[in-house]
Design a protein around this ligand. Structure first.
Ligand SMILES: Cc1ncc(C[n+]2csc(CCOP(=O)(O)OP(=O)(O)O)c2C)c(N)n1
Ligand code: SF4
Ligand SMILES: [Mg+2]
Length: 346
């Protein structure tokens, strides 16, 4: 009988094992793209050593919005009404801007009932990560087209979508998000690099992830299926994330590699694939998305990055301590001040 001791469990820089980053067992369909996204969230938060209790998760209603139950079980969480995650998250981030906000929701939740709230979150550049698990349908209510479904795409029943799609990345760039990326749930490496960059970005990160619904939208005629993405995914660059604590000097080959520096000194290293792409050029980002839509390509990667725009928390000039932890004496005017106001109104 062997007497060898069990190998030590792997811990991250926070001294935590990966199990501290997991959630409940998924109840989504086997093969659903949303499950792959939950797995990447567990891996990235573990690797970046973010204590899970420093994270606040938000969602709306949908299969995608159920997924926060399946990762970071030790984090704070709020499952809002359909489409209302942005307002709840905005309030929470203002009440405690020391938390790392992570919203995971769907294309239906975001682009239909939640569009108004989504737009104002973009304008305000609320500092948090907002992931859209985009499958082109309302999965939870049995597969009706959502507002991101492509014109001409077909449901299993043969019904054709006659309406033009809403591109949530275009909207995000236009209305003020400061990190905007598109990925595919089947591209593990690319999504990990984007998510790690979003974790350190000080501003609103919108990540639109094409995440196939294997039950209602993975057939021929769908433009959000695994097969369609295999043929039409056009990565803008090969992405690598170099965290600030790794202190690796990045070799820049002129014209081939572009490195963009994030707020904490971490870097996103973008290796050119075919075209030269500068994610800090807003006009170029918008043009690239329009061209891709015209040519039936799905461009993925880091579409847009702006590290200079202030967040809503900066604009409000909040005190550094979380408002939620301030004693009443510091958040409420004293009785004498209220009496003086009343006196003026008499
Ligand atoms: C106010 C309200 N209207 C409608 C619904 C029905 N409903 C539940 S989930 C959903 C859409 C979900 O689609 P999506 O956000 O894309 O998530 P998925 O299931 O595809 O991941 C709808 C319309 C609801 N729950 N509440
Ligand atoms: S119905 Fe579609 S979106 Fe919902 S869990 Fe199943 S595969 Fe995923
Ligand atoms: Mg959906």
């Amino acid at each position: 009988m062997s007497t060898a001791a069990a190998p030590p469990k792997k811990v991250n820089r926070a001294g935590l094992e990966v199990i501290s980053y997991k959630g409940l067992r998924t109840t989504l369909c086997a093969g659903c793209g949303h499950n792959a996204i939950s797995e990447r969230i567990v891996e990235c938060f573990f690797e970046m050593a973010i204590p899970p209790w420093r994270v606040a998760k938000f969602s709306g209603i949908g299969c995608s919005s159920k997924s926060p139950a399946y990762f970071l079980g030790l984090a704070h969480g709020f499952n809002a009404v359909h489409g209302r995650a942005p307002a709840v998250a905005t309030g929470a981030m203002l009440a405690n801007h020391h938390l790392l906000g992570l919203t995971v929701t769907g294309d239906g939740d975001t682009a239909s009932i939640g569009l108004g709230q989504f737009s104002h979150m973009l304008r305000r550049n609320i500092p948090m990560i907002y992931i859209i698990e985009n499958n082109g349908v309302y999965g939870l209510t049995k597969g009706q087209f959502s507002a991101t479904a492509d014109q001409g795409s077909k449901l299993k029943t043969g019904v054709v979508n006659d309406l033009p799609p809403m591109d949530l990345c275009l909207l995000a760039i236009e209305l003020g998000a400061t990190l905007v990326a598109r990925s595919f749930s089947g591209d593990k490496r690319q999504f990990q690099a984007i998510l790690k960059a979003a974790i350190v970005h000080k501003g609103l990160s919108i990540i639109d992830v094409i995440s196939p619904c294997v039950t209602f939208n993975d057939h021929e005629g769908s433009t959000k299926s695994y097969a369609y993405m295999k043929d039409h995914d056009e990565p803008l660059h090969e992405m690598n994330f170099v965290p600030a604590y790794e202190d690796i000097s990045v070799e820049i080959e002129e014209g081939e590699v572009r490195a963009v520096t994030l707020h904490d000194g971490s870097k996103i290293v973008l290796k050119k694939l075919g075209r030269d792409y500068d994610p800090t050029d807003k006009m170029r980002a918008v043009q690239t998305l329009h061209e891709a839509s015209r040519e039936d390509h799905v461009v993925t990667g880091l579409l847009y990055l702006d590290t200079s725009r202030p967040t809503f928390v900066d604009l409000l000039n909040l005190v550094d301590e979380p408002l939620a932890t301030l004693p009443e004496a510091r958040v409420r005017p004293p009785k004498a001040a209220l009496e003086a106001v009343m006196e003026e109104l008499r």
